[in-house]
Structures are given as C-alpha cells and as structure tokens.
Design a protein around this ligand. Structure first.
Ligand SMILES: [Zn+2]
Ligand SMILES: [Zn+2]
Length: 507
C-alpha cells in the first residue's frame, strides 16, 4: 500500500506549487537553513529537528527538499510542532501564519521559542543516503512574499481588461444561504466563490466585516479556482460608516474613538500594509434603518488618503426590511474630484446571499472592469489605483465602454491625467461594445455636456469621437451609458485634464 500512498503524496506536493508564477527576484534569503542525512537506519522513524523561532514572527514558511524522491529511494513526510503542540503534517512546502496556513497545517499564533521540524521517514532504500535541506523563512508580517510557497497567485500574466466584484460577504460575517433543509445559515465561503465562478468573473474580493478569518478558506480554495482570483478584502465597519480594504491580511483597526483613533488612522494603517481603501455606499441612510451605513465620517475624512469610492452598490435583497434608497455615490465622489483629487469610482455587489438572489441582487452585479498588468492581486489593485476602471451596473454581460483621449503631448485612458494647455485640443473616442441601443452621456466636470453631437448608440459595436478645446483649467471627462428608458448601464472613470500629477496615497 505504501507505494501508492507515496505516489499520491508526491503528486500533491508538486501540484501545490503549479498555480504560482515566478516570485520576484527580491525574494528574501531564508532565515534559517537546516540540513542532514537519512539512511536505512531511519526507516519508519519520526525524527524531530529542533529550531528556534524569535519573538514577533507572524509567518513561517518552510521549503524542504530531499534526495531520492524521484528515484523512489526515499519518501519523507514533514510536519511541524510549535512549543505547545502539533501544527500540521504532510507537505514539503508550506506556510503558517496567524491568519492562514497551507492545508493541512493550522493557522494561529506563532509563539517564540523551541519548535520542532518533524521528518516522518516513510521509506528509504537499503544502502541509500538521502540528503535533506529545510529552508525556513520568518516574517514579521502576514503580508509579503518570503518564498515561492507563499507567493500570491498570478492567474494570467497578460495585461488586459479583467472583470470582477470588489464587495461581497460570506458566513464569516453576515453572508447567509439556505442549508440542505432550506434554513438560512452562515454561508460557507466556497458557495460565494462558486457563484462568482459561474458568472465567469475573473476576480472576487471577499470583504467580510472587520474579520481576517476568511483568508484561510481563501488560501485553501484558490488552487481550485484557477480562473477566479480571490482578493483578500475586508469591509471595515465603523460606527461612522463602512469602507473596504483590499490587499492585506494584516489587522486593521475599526474602533473609532478607541484611544483617539479616527478613520484617517485606519486608512494609514491599511496603506502601511500595502492595501487600498474605498468608501462604501456613502449615500445610504445613517439612522435607525441602517445605523453606520451612510458615510457619517465625511467631515472628518482626509480624502487624500482615499483610493476609491463605491459609486454603485448592488444591495437589493429580496424580502429585506431594508431597501437602500435609489441613487448612487457619484455626488460625494465628484465633490472630491472637484477639489483636484483623482479618486477611483468602483462598484460592489455587496452580495450577502452567495448569488442565490441573482439576477436582482448578487455577486457581479455590478461588475468592475479593470485594466491590469496581470491577473493577480497586485495587478488588479494597481489598475484600481490608476483609475483604469469602468463599471457595468447589471453585471458581466453588460455593454463595455472604453474612453481614450489624445492631446498634443500624450495619450490616455480612463484614470489617466493629460496636460492640455489653453489653446490645445484633446481628442476623445468612446467605444461601446455589446449591448443594445443606448444613449451616451458625456459628463464634463460632473455636468452633462453637449460635446457629442450624436449620442445614440445603435447596438453592438459603435464608436464616437469628440474634441475638447482646452482652456488650461482642470477638467474631468467621463461617460455614462444609458438604456433608452434612462437606466444607467455602464459608467466609466474620467480622463483628467490638467489635474495635479500626484495626490494622496497612490504609490
Ligand atoms: Zn456596508
Ligand atoms: Zn457590505
């Protein structure tokens, strides 16, 4: 029986790395390298190799190699024990952190002190000497990459437009779905991921309220979802409003007022861990209907620290006692653009039912379409940070709208900033792909303009162009596409003219 078990295990060990792309060359050297030899005297022995973990470590990554595996002369199953006990067994490459761990290892506290690397010698041929090496990486953060084993996945290395959802919930907060017997229960994260995959989304940010507990489920599920990038997110839920953080597993505080903390401190904290922040559903009520939902923190907010604002939230749950008012978040967003900030407009489904209530409410409705250098967490977040985003209100099958511009000094797409001194002309093109007939609104500084002579789109693919005769002052020019019955279907981020080159937290 042993050979088949060994074979199965070897396949798993190799398979666990196949998803991950090349790690940047800046991968740090291991903190510790252990090595030794095994002989037939070790056959069926469990060897404990002690090593010391210093204080402050939040992630341990272990990469073990041994000779003789391919030749089937040695089979070693590694495991690990912390000072208090067992933390997992059965992979040669694994990472353990305070929030997640490669299955079958256990996430949790990383106590300083004496740990033990376990080598279970399942097989070794008589007369053979197997040389083993364990590279052990300590990190003081749960974020970052210490070895290929904890590298974040790149599902597609090509630059392009990728579509997904940036706001969703599972049973790790208040996401609910029906149990086998039809009772509403906290919904396993896998259900939401399946719903997103069924809609053919390329990425999904799971943003449970304040918690980091979802990330272990996501680490387990990502190898299965090799076409759906899972982005670590959180909906920071304060008494004064909600904002999303994407791109960090680290704890970010949400206790407004505790020790004098403010939302601006929380934004700084998220950025320090490499995350982005986005204010959610700012136009919702802030009263007994939904206490803490509208953005009551507006007067206290340093908007230079805000990367994105959710202008369309898809929450429309059937049977809910709470119906958010119609409308979207563009007024607050454009107030900040008018001050010279380039904050990205995004949408989010705010799915709480794992897609069970589609098409009226659910994951991918709305869909964010992001131009990213690659389909990876960093790629999508870079695209959002750059403003290379448009929003399809009714989901991934809605019409696409591409806005581009050229001035004598350069070219740009949505989110880009072009210099256009007085007397120069900026030539814009709007391309609409898919969908039926519609009406294009060109908005100049938030107001419907008459820049486009003919605003009707005749279905399928269509393109329009218009010119802006620059006056040297700041403008933001964006597109909204409507169905004939005045229903907004697609909204683009603006192309900016003459805005300050940099602002806020964008790196
Ligand atoms: Zn919320
Ligand atoms: Zn939410």
């Amino acid at each position: 029986m042993r050979p088949s078990l060994f074979h199965g295990f070897a396949m798993l060990l190799l398979g666990s790395l196949s998803l991950f792309a090349a790690v940047p060359q800046t991968t740090p050297k291991p903190s510790l390298v252990l090595h030794g030899t095994l002989t037939y005297a070790d056959f069926h022995a469990f060897k404990m190799v002690p090593f010391h973990v210093p204080p402050g470590v939040k992630r341990i990554t272990v990469d073990i190699t041994f000779t003789g595996m391919k030749e089937r002369k040695a089979a070693v199953f590694p495991g690990i024990f912390d000072p208090n006990g067992f933390r997992g067994y059965g992979r040669t490459h694994f990472t353990i952190s305070t929030v997640d761990a490669t299955p079958p290892f256990l996430p949790g506290a990383i106590p300083a002190g004496k740990w033990g690397l376990l080598l279970g010698v399942d097989d070794i041929a008589k007369g053979y000497v197997s040389h083993w090496t364990a590279e052990i990486h300590f990190m003081n953060s749960v974020d970052g990459v210490s070895s290929p084993t904890d590298a974040l996945p790149v599902l597609n290395p090509k630059p392009g437009w990728y579509q997904g959802d940036l706001h969703s919930h599972t049973g790790h907060s208040d996401g609910v779905c029906n149990s086998q017997s039809g009772h509403p229960v906290p919904c396993p994260a896998f259900k939401l991921m399946e719903a997103a995959a069924a809609r053919k989304l390329d990425f999904l940010a799971i943003t449970d309220h304040n918690t980091t507990s979802t990330y272990n489920d996501m680490m387990e599920a990502q190898p299965y979802f090799d076409k759906l990038l899972l982005i670590d997110g959180r909906e920071m839920t304060t008494f004064g409003g909600h904002f999303n953080v994407w791109g960090t597993k680290s704890f970010v505080d949400f206790r407004t007022g505790y020790k004098g903390l403010t939302v601006n401190n929380f934004f700084d904290e998220a950025h320090a861990h490499g995350g982005l922040v986005s204010i959610n559903h700012n136009w919702w009520p802030y009263d007994e209907r939904c206490m803490g939902c509208g953005w009551a923190e507006k007067p206290n907010t340093d908007f230079r620290k805000v990367d994105a604002i959710e202008v369309i939230n898809g929450y429309n749950q059937k049977g809910s006692w709470f119906k958010p008012p119609p409308g979207n978040g563009t007024p607050m967003w454009e107030e900040e653009l008018a001050k010279g900030l380039r904050i990205t407009a995004v949408g989010g489904s705010d799915d709480h039912r794992s897609g069970e209530q589609l098409p009226d409410d659910g994951v991918g409705r709305p869909t964010d379409v992001v131009y990213a250098p690659e389909l990876s967490e960093r790629g999508i977040l870079d695209g959002i940070k750059a403003g290379h985003v448009y929003i399809k209100v009714f989901g991934p099958d809605g019409p696409d709208v591409f806005l581009n511009a050229t001035t004598p000094s350069g070219k740009g797409q949505m989110g880009d900033n072009l210099s256009c001194p007085s007397g120069d002309t900026a030539n814009f093109t709007v391309e609409v792909k898919g969908g039926d007939a519609g009406i294009i609104h060109v908005l100049d500084n938030g107001k419907l303009s008459s820049l486009l002579a003919s605003t009707t789109v005749h279905g399928d693919d269509d393109s329009k162009s218009f010119a802006v005769h620059c006056d040297g002052s700041r403008h933001w020019i964006r597109i909204e596409l409507y169905k004939p019955a005045s229903t907004l279907v697609t909204l683009t981020n603006p192309i900016y003219l003459n805005f300050p080159e940099s602002h806020n937290s964008r790196k």
